[in-house]
Ligand binder design. Structure first.
Ligand code: VNL
Length: 390
């Protein structure tokens, strides 16, 4: 009778120890996914969320014994909100990774929180070169504007474009696109007649396009963020710019796969440079596009979805490599240096810069099976972000 309580206590504490170990292993692995789900950039949030869900559906929701839990928060692409949400996710929800970030100001607002809390922050969308320098905990799976703009600066002068006007959204990625396209274009003997910047919020392209018409360059080079391309295309055509002999060249953000098919035949022939097209002709991409469309009422994945999908790959593989036990710093180390085949082509997360190295394609809008696509016709292999050499 006397010894029993002791035995019971011993048994109970052994049981408690076992339970707490089991508990450690089954503690969910939390990903705080901050995206613009409403407002002007909502299509970016919708695309990335769909891609994240697809990745989990295809690869399972348990990794190295940890149940994956994704907490989606809508920041309406507003940096003050992003910052507060990142703080809450880290402090209250104790997320293991922060991810998403539809626009540059949002990624920059969250960067100090990643640094202070040693939480890896995976940028799946925002594309200003300098973002990865804002925190040593940032890893990027999208792209950079210098990376894709330089290719157009090489292509255009070889293809009959001797003079251009540039028109970019007036913030980080637009400034990067303007600078890196113009420098390369001029280096190749081209003339930049004027550089125009349009406000990010509720842009009215009409007065800018009127000015371009008057200046009559061979081509207009455009960068606007995902979601704004259709408006540019519409006004470009409505003002008869093409008929006035002005060609439209752009980064692939303008002929965004999310909108391209609704832009109409006026978009045919537009040449852009970018890292992802839904028409990329690899077996892996065909499977990706098919699965994505099947799971999302036929919505076509765009480059934002691609950044979200590969971002999940980078997180999953880092979690596996740490045996499910790594802290933020250990996870970050296993994100660095990953090399893999993505639906966009071969990619590397550069261990030094934590930025993505990838192929950049020249593409032309063409009709395939009655639908408009960015059809790739040339490739520059393994492009590092040229912005990092500054
Ligand atoms: C950014 C760059 C956003 C490219 C985009 O779409 C884009 C950014 C929302 O860095 O803010 O296509």
């Amino acid at each position: 009778m006397q010894r029993r309580p002791f035995l019971q206590i011993a048994a109970l504490s052994a049981l408690a120890a076992t339970l707490s170990m089991a508990n450690a292993q089954t503690t969910p692995f939390k990903i705080g996914l901050i995206l613009p789900m409403t407002g002007q950039q909502a299509s970016t949030g919708r695309q990335i969320e769909a891609a994240v869900k697809l990745y989990i559906a295809q690869n399972g929701d348990t990794v190295a014994g940890r149940k994956i839990e994704v907490i989606v928060k809508d920041d309406v692409a507003t940096p003050d909100v992003t910052k507060r949400l990142a703080q809450e996710l880290v402090v209250n929800d104790k997320v293991n990774v922060l991810a998403g970030f539809g626009v540059t100001p949002a990624a920059l607002a969250a960067a100090p929180i990643a640094t202070q809390s040693k939480t890896p922050l995976v940028v799946m969308a925002a594309a200003t070169s300098s973002i990865t320098e804002a925190s040593p905990y940032i890893v990027r799976t999208s792209f950079t504007l210098p990376q894709v703009s330089v290719a157009m600066g090489d292509w255009a002068p070889k293809n009959g474009v001797k003079s251009v006007v540039t028109l970019v959204a007036d913030y980080g990625p637009g400034n990067d696109a303007e600078k890196f396209f113009s420098e390369r274009f001029q280096l190749n003997g081209g003339k930049v007649v004027d550089k125009l910047r349009v406000p990010l919020r509720n842009p009215d392209f009409a007065p800018f396009l009127q000015k371009v018409r008057d200046l009559k360059p061979d081509a207009l080079f455009v960068f606007v963020p995902s979601g704004a391309g259709a408006a540019v295309m519409k006004q470009f055509l409505e003002r008869g710019m093409d008929k006035a002999g002005i060609r439209l060249i752009a980064t692939g953000d303008v002929t965004d796969d999310d909108q391209l098919n609704d832009m109409g035949d006026g978009a045919l022939g537009v040449v852009t440079s970018h890292h992802y097209s839904a028409a990329h002709p690899s077996a892996m991409n065909k499977k990706f596009v098919e699965a994505f469309q099947k799971a999302n009422k036929n919505m076509r994945p765009n480059f934002m979805a691609m950044g979200g999908y590969d971002g999940m790959r980078v997180i999953y593989e880092a979690l596996k490599a740490t045996g499910g036990k790594g802290d933020g710093t250990a996870l970050l180390e296993k994100m660095k240096g990953q090399i893999f085949e993505s639906p966009r082509g071969q990619v590397l997360i550069d261990a030094q810069t934590r930025d993505i190295v990838q192929d950049v394609y020249l593409r032309k809008v063409e009709k395939k099976d009655g639908q408009l696509y960015n059809v790739e016709f040339d490739v520059i292999k393994a492009v590092k972000d040229p912005g990092k050499a500054k």
